[in-house]
Design a binder for this molecule. Structure first.
Ligand code: NOJ
Length: 497
């Protein structure tokens, strides 16, 4: 089945956080061999692709988003040979492989930074007022008194994209992984890289700048010059066979700004974070879906949907429980476009809220008191002691024995089997991921849509059971149903007319 150049348009992509997914060598940190061992699991789940968060050589100051060698695998995750074997086995199962590219910053352990190649970074005699996304100033002083810019942790110096050597290096890195057979890239901080000429002050002081400025642009994000870079990259992707793609992690102020990243000259798609941020309410979901569809029209490519990732609290916890999470998932998987799943959501894992502070590793916690570790806890594979791990890098709650893949494997009502059934139906009814969407009349707090003629999706976000007059055979439901035509609260149903 590999070979369809447009595969990404309605793909279900499974994000693997390699450190937490599966551990083949038993050292407490997940690895590429662990991912390879679980390809059977992923194939049974029914995903079209995996996206691997960074597994490159890294001191792990930011979970691998601090890269010291862009062309190698960190020994903690394995070797290039493990990577090649993973790609070969994934392709043999018709699973594509997307890797993470981190072009805004390198690690401070990168040979360029170590060798003092200052013109490849952003050094100044005096800092301006920019703040790090992780909190505190975005500048750190070095021994000779000068300062370097880091929009994230001090261990992540920003690269200087005005320097042609930096640009050439990343073109080479793209080719390196394309030559190894990757099917695409997730571009980290795709709205970063280019900074406004002269690095002007933002001029605002209280609170994180990037969030506070809302609709306005900060001088370090979403600068026009960044598009030049993507216009250089796209012909490289297009020169390889089989539909190599790129998806942008871009936080920008409006759909119109986001649209500028997408299209035949630039990137293929961008994450639609608004869906992830929507409240569990029919009205909020409808508003976001309508907006996203307009956006998709604007760029001529279907949008992406995402409910959880390694940066945000898991949606079981965000939306207030497993029933709601399952309902939101069935809504997402019936929307036109591609869907990005985050490892462990198929097990219904909640956010871990009570990790002891001394075990937390997220640099954002150290600088700003906010931690993303709770969604990065290793996945429970078995129900036996250790849940499939020996001394995992973050402790796994003992009660996750009930949520383990093993415990859910043969339980028809499990979340794992709900995801499997949904992905199977999505393959059988291509209209679920593609096609058209029509809103149907529905009671308050209920969202009802028709996907292509005949497939109906109904979600009840209200507190009372809702009677809907929509005849059809139930294909799948996120929770137990009551009498015919009555949808319980926090439930999504797929119907075939
Ligand atoms: C976005 C990544 O998803 C996040 O995990 C990381 O900390 C920042 N970019 C910096 O690379």
């Amino acid at each position: 089945m590999l070979g369809n150049d447009d595969w990404w348009r309605d793909a279900v992509v499974y994000q693997v956080y390699p450190r937490s997914f599966a551990d083949a060598d038993g050292d407490g940190t997940g690895d590429l061999a662990g991912v390879r061992d679980r390809l059977g699991y992923l194939s049974e789940l029914g995903v079209d692709a995996i996206w691997l968060s960074p597994f490159y050589t890294s001191p792990m100051a930011d979970g691998g988003y601090d890269v010291a060698d862009y062309r190698d695998v960190d020994p903690m995750f394995g070797s290039l040979a493990d990577f090649d074997a993973l790609v070969a086995d994934a392709h043999a199962r018709d699973i594509r492989v997307i890797v993470d590219l981190v072009p805004n910053h390198s690690s401070d352990r990168h040979p360029w930074f170590q060798a003092g190649l200052r013109e490849r970074y952003i050094f100044r005699d005096k800092p301006n007022d920019w703040e790090s996304i992780f909190g505190g100033p975005a500048w750190t002083q070095v021994e000779d008194g000068s300062w370097y810019l880091h929009l994230f942790a001090p261990e992540q110096p920003d690269l200087n994209w005005d320097n042609p050597e930096v640009r050439a290096e990343f073109r080479g890195i793209l080719r390196f992984w394309l030559d190894r057979g990757v099917d695409g890239f997730r571009i980290d901080v795709a709205h970063g890289m280019v900074k406004a000429e002269g690095l002007p002050d933002v001029g605002q002081k209280d609170g994180p700048q990037a969030e506070m400025l809302g609709d306005e642009q900060v001088p370090y994000f979403d600068q026009d010059g960044v598009h030049e870079i993507y216009r250089e990259w796209r012909p490289i992707l297009d020169s390889y066979p089989g539909g190599r793609m790129a998806v942008a992690e871009a936080w920008v102020s409006s759909p119109e700004r986001l649209a500028r990243y997408i299209g035949p000259q630039e990137l293929h798609q961008a994450f639609n974070f608004e869906f992830m941020m929507a409240d569990f309410h029919a009205k909020s979901f409808r508003a976001v879906i309508e907006k996203s569809l307009k956006e998709a029209e604007l760029v001529g490519a279907p949008t992406t949907w995402v409910l959880s990732n390694h940066d945000k609290p898991r949606h079981v916890t965000r939306h207030g429980g497993l029933a709601r999470a399952r309902a939101a998932t069935l809504l997402m998987l019936a929307l036109p476009g591609s869907a990005y799943l985050y490892n462990g959501e198929e097990l219904g894992l909640p956010e871990v809220l009570d990790l002891p502070d001394e075990l937390r590793q997220d640099p954002a916690f150290l600088r700003r008191g906010q931690s993303r570790d709770g969604c990065r806890v290793p996945l429970p594979w078995t129900s036996a002691d250790g849940l499939g791990w020996r001394d995992p890098w973050l402790p796994i709650p003992a009660e996750w024995a009930e949520l383990s893949a093993e415990a859910q494997q043969d339980d028809p009502g499990s979340t794992l089997n709900l995801y499997r059934a949904a992905l199977k139906l999505r393959k059988r009814h291509p209209a679920l991921g593609g096609g058209t969407l029509r809103w149907l009349d529905s009671p308050k707090d209920v969202l009802a849509i028709e996907r292509d003629p005949g497939l109906i999706v109904v979600l009840n976000t209200g507190e009372e059971p809702a009677r809907v007059d929509l005849p059809g055979e139930v294909l799948l439901s996120s929770g137990p149903l009551m009498e015919d035509g009555v949808i319980p609260p926090d439930t999504t149903v797929w119907l075939q007319r």
